[in-house]
Design a binder for this molecule. Structure first.
Ligand SMILES: *[C@@H]1O[C@H](CO)[C@@H](O)[C@H](O)[C@H]1NC(C)=O
Ligand SMILES: *[C@@H]1O[C@H](CO)[C@@H](O)[C@H](O)[C@H]1NC(C)=O
Ligand SMILES: *[C@@H]1O[C@H](CO)[C@@H](O)[C@H](O)[C@H]1NC(C)=O
Ligand SMILES: *[C@@H]1O[C@H](CO)[C@@H](O)[C@H](O)[C@H]1NC(C)=O
Ligand SMILES: *[C@@H]1O[C@H](CO)[C@@H](O)[C@H](O)[C@H]1NC(C)=O
Length: 392
């Protein structure tokens, strides 16, 4: 692929500046669960994906239901690309060059992506685009907390679509809005038994949020990093392919790791294409950690610790040992609400309250997922952030 074209493509998507809006923070919310009212946009439908089927057939059921929504989301991305580079060159690149890239992706992801393209009628290059660039634009909040009985609760807000087309009229992000109808919960089964469950976007085959019942829970957040940002992805396209895609690793770990320790080891040691945060919870007291990844290493791990009174770990998109960017501090409000709740009152309900407090809830928040490993429960909710609300 023409890598100059590719570089300008990345720049276009990352250098668009959004208008500055002062931080808007509210008091910690209470009584938000069960979800209702203006911050709750709807329930998330469940689907089953049979891992025993050939990869190209696994997503047919999901995509048959969601193909119009998938086409609408991809059209919104294309309109945005056209607005930046009116010549249409960018889209030529996507339609001509990205289809070739699918065969460089590892099995079964390459086959699953082809299956999504076939079932949806969306051109292959555009489905590849969705799958590889998606993880570059997520800003989120994830946390693992332990209640006094030693039960672990893992929850996240998924905030997606930063810099992807601010709609002045609606005061919303165009891509964030078109993604909401694509949110699905998936029960991945083998021999008709659940292996793991996830909250996902239809058409996207990697994982950002998942649970392996009674074993572990896992979420991934983006890590912006000057050293190593997109270089690995560029290298992949240019032919140097010795790292793994972050959300493909998350999916493999959910599918294959059979213990918290094994999941932790794989997430810590695999060479990645770009930096990332993995937030992992186990099924036993004390098992919860933030894995801060450079492309090579797990830097400065942070774990739950009774001795140090650390009954939760919480990650947004900044290294836990550094201050967050002042324009984007979701960590302090989230921790303030966790501290105010106290360990003795922590539950699915009170964690939903924390994740419903602005700016932890913001214009990019697409869904909230709540997971309880011991009973294997995963539930998720599509979110809205009525004005006034921070754009991120
Ligand atoms: C934005 O507003 C326009 C009308 O002003 C409407 O047609 C459109 O559906 C809205 N988009 C979203 C994502 O809400
Ligand atoms: C799969 O399991 C579900 C319940 O978990 C059951 O209702 C269904 O009949 C099973 N399907 C097959 C093909 O065994
Ligand atoms: C929350 O509590 C922890 C542990 O006591 C403390 O380190 C942290 O500064 C507190 N954060 C906020 C925002 O209150
Ligand atoms: C714990 O939660 C209950 C109900 O959710 C509430 O009535 C109570 O005040 C809370 N306790 C503390 C210490 O916040
Ligand atoms: C997971 O934790 C629950 C609650 O502590 C326990 O009943 C169950 O046996 C554990 N499962 C495994 C596989 O360790």
């Amino acid at each position: 692929m023409d890598h100059r074209g590719f570089t300008s493509f990345l720049l276009i998507f990352t250098c668009v500046s959004a208008q500055y809006v002062p931080p808007y923070t509210e008091d910690c919310r209470t009584g938000m669960y069960p979800p209702s009212g203006p911050t709750f946009k709807g329930a998330v439908p469940w689907y089953t994906v049979d891992l025993g089927l050939p990869p190209s057939k696994r997503w047919t059921g999901v995509i048959t239901d969601k193909k119009n929504e998938l086409a609408a989301m991809i059209k919104a991305i294309k309109d945005l690309a056209d607005a930046f580079v009116p010549s249409g060159k960018l889209l030529d690149l996507v339609d001509k060059d990205l289809p070739l890239m699918v065969d460089t992706l590892p099995y079964p992801f390459n086959e699953e992506i082809k299956g999504v393209a076939t079932a949806s009628g969306v051109p292959l290059g555009e489905v590849v685009l969705f799958n590889i660039f998606y993880e570059v634009f997520t800003v989120c909040t994830s946390l693992v907390a332990e209640d006094p009985a030693g039960n672990l609760i893992h929850a996240r807000n998924l905030d997606f679509g930063l810099f992807m087309g601010w709609d002045l009229k609606n005061r919303s992000w165009v891509i964030t809005e078109t993604l909401k109808p694509l949110v699905v919960n998936v029960d991945f089964r083998r021999n008709n038994r659940t292996v793991f469950k996830s909250t996902n976007f239809a058409g996207y085959v990697g994982m950002l949020t998942g649970i392996r019942p009674q074993t572990f829970t896992l979420t991934m957040n983006e890590r912006f990093s000057l050293e190593g940002g997109y270089i690995g992805i560029l290298e992949w396209i240019l032919g140097k392919r010795d790292g793994v895609w972050m959300s493909f690793l998350t999916r493999s770990v959910l599918e294959n790791a059979t213990s918290y320790e094994e999941a932790k080891k794989q997430l810590s040691d695999m060479k990645l294409l770009a930096p990332a945060y993995f937030i992992l919870g186990g099924n036993q007291s004390g098992e919860g950690c933030i894995i801060t990844r450079s492309r090579i290493h797990n830097i400065n791990p942070l774990e739950l610790s009774k001795q140090q009174g650390r009954w939760y770990v919480l990650e947004t998109n900044y290294d836990h040992w550094k201050a967050p960017l002042f324009l984007d501090d979701r960590r302090t409000p989230a921790m303030k609400c966790m501290n105010q709740t106290t360990q003795s009152n922590i539950s699915i309900k009170t964690i939903y309250d924390v994740l419903s407090t602005k700016p932890v809830l913001n214009k990019l928040t697409t869904y909230t997922t709540l997971m309880e490993v011991a009973n294997g429960k995963l539930e998720s909710f599509i979110r809205d952030c009525p004005n006034p609300c921070m754009p991120w």
